[in-house]
Structure formats: structure tokens, C-alpha cells
Design a protein around this ligand. Sequence first.
Ligand SMILES: O=C(O)CCC(=O)C(=O)O
Length: 363
Amino acid sequence: MKAPTSKKKPTKSAVISCTKPAKKIRPTFSTPESQVISLTSKQKKSFAKKAPSVKVSQPPLVQRRQFDGNKGEWSPFRNFEPETWQNDTIVIPLQRGGSLTLYPGWLSDERERRGLVRELNKCDLFRVYQTQSTNQPRAQFLLHKQAHDVFEAPNPGYDYRVAKMKAFPLKRVKGVEQMWDRALDTCQVDDFRIGANVIYYRGSNDRIHYHADDNQGESVIFAVVVNTSRSRRCVSIKVKEKDLKDGDFEYKIFPGSGDAYLMDELMQQNYTHAVLPEKNLEDGCSDPREARVVVIFRDGIQKMLKDDTGRPIYDLRPPPPLKAKPFGNCVEGLVEGKLYTRAEMIQNGYHLSVHYVSVLFCL
Ligand SMILES: O=C(O)CCC(=O)C(=O)O
């Protein structure tokens, strides 16, 4: 694999867009249309109360903090002005190995981004996967050039231990198909052998925990942020090893709509990353204004999958929060002595009750 570089000429507007986005190319659609329409009246009231006074300050693109081995503590997070620029990209070499490259304004055409969000809202391909019987807090699917139209057939996929995700044909989402070759060019690879993974964070509570993309020999992980809120989501990057060394860095990046970033294989060996949740609404519901759509082009080892462990979902509104229910004979739906699966208990919020262990059995 050749070292990924950008062939684009430096443009001032792109450089500026990483800290002070140019109004024209920045998206103004921090809440996708479909989600505005689908708000409950309670959520609308909560927005109405907040809306006039909310000033969303845009975070810088990168922040970092350093570990002081003598004191055994971290410095505060500080804005990071990278020294290494290649054309209009920012290359951050990571001292434990690997690198992170940022491409501010990679998908700068707002119409293209809006079109893709509309297409995704209508595509009916999203699925939710489970980790230990709990729904992962995001919706996603995979696209691949070689995937068959018949979903039941063995298809290329992404198997990241807890979930097996089989690809749909790339042509099913024209907006991603259009981006594919340009992404290949930026990453300087011949193909994305794992595919393009579309992830939809439906609201503030949708997220991805700390992990490394090291399941299928991932050598290129190129994330294009199609849509995010003005406050942007934080992608946090930490050293993988528990024992910290003097001088270790931790990073926070805040890619805006249209920005992209690339992680390499070595980074996956030495660091973990996460997309952190944002603040929920006052009533505890996940805030749909914090929805985020990202397309992740992955190269690595191709794997054919027979099964997919996801469940299709057609409603991209944030799922309701898990509720704790008081225990007692009057608890709706709860039958004393009945057996419940772990998933049922979590779904209904019974697991949060301090008494459930005395009468329920978790299978
Ligand atoms: O949404 C993102 O920016 C990152 C997603 C991610 O961490 C992953 O798919 O491995």
C-alpha cells in the first residue's frame, strides 16, 4: 500500500475551514429534515424553550493533552496547531506509532452532502447490531462493489467479533458510489476490500465506545463526516496500553460536516478511539439535533459472510431512553416468577430495578 497523501492543491478556504468554517461550504442542516418532522411535541417544547438562547460555539478541529510521567498526571486539553501540513491536509504522527490525517472540507459541496443524507434517510438499509444482547447505540450498514443483490447470498462483510455485517451492493446508495473513487484516490489504495460502512448516530446518545479497528487487518479507515451538528461530535483518541509513558498524548478531534479523517493500521495497534455521546435533552431523551452521519471506507482483508447479525430498522429517530421502573405487583408487563432474557430486561428497564434479582432469572 502506498502512503496515503492528498493530490489536491492547497486551498486557503479549506485550510481556514478547519478552525473557522467558511459559511458558504458549511452545512446549515445540523438537523436532517426527516428528523425535524418526526419530533414529539414534548421534544419540540423542549427545543422551543432552548432555541433562542443557545449559542453553539464551534470547537477547534484538534485538541490534545500530554501525560507528565514525573507527576503522574495529564496536562489540560489545549488547542493543537499541527506543524505538519501536506497540501491542505493535516498529518499528525502519533508517537506510539501510526498516524492520523485530517482532510478539512474533503466533501465541501453542501448540495452533495444534503443529497446523500436525503438518500440515506430513504434507503431502508440501516440495521442495528447487538453487543451482549444490547442494541448498539447507532444504526449502520455496509456497501461493497462485489455484493450480490440477494442479501441471503454469501457476501463480502465486516466481522468485528461482536457483530457480523454483510454488505449490500454499492450501487444501492448512489451518493456513496460517487464518493468511492475519490476516496480511493485520497487514500492511495486500489480498493476498499472491506467496503464502505455508513453509520448513523441518531441523536446525542448514539455513540461508539473505545475500540481499535483491528479485526480484519484494517489498513485504511477513511471516515467522511457527511453531516454533524454545529457543536460537532468529539472523536477521542487514547493510548491503547494501560501503562502510560511520559510524553504520551491523547487527542480530541471535532470533524465538522464535510471534513474527513484517515486512520492507519499502526494507529489501530497502538491507540483506541471513540465517538463520545453529547448532552441529552432535559427530559433525558437523546437529542436528534446531535445526529451524525459518517461514511467509513475500509480497506483490509476481504471476508465473505454467510450470516448478518443485525436487525433492520426503518425509523432513524433516536430510540427512547431506557427507563428504570419501580418494582412491585403493579409494574406494567412484569410477571413475578416469569423468566426473562437479558435483552427483555434491558429493553424494559427492569435491570435498573434494585429488586429484580430476587424474583427474575436472567437467561
Ligand atoms: O464515527 C466515526 O467518526 C468513527 C467510527 C468508528 O470509530 C468506527 O467505525 O470504527
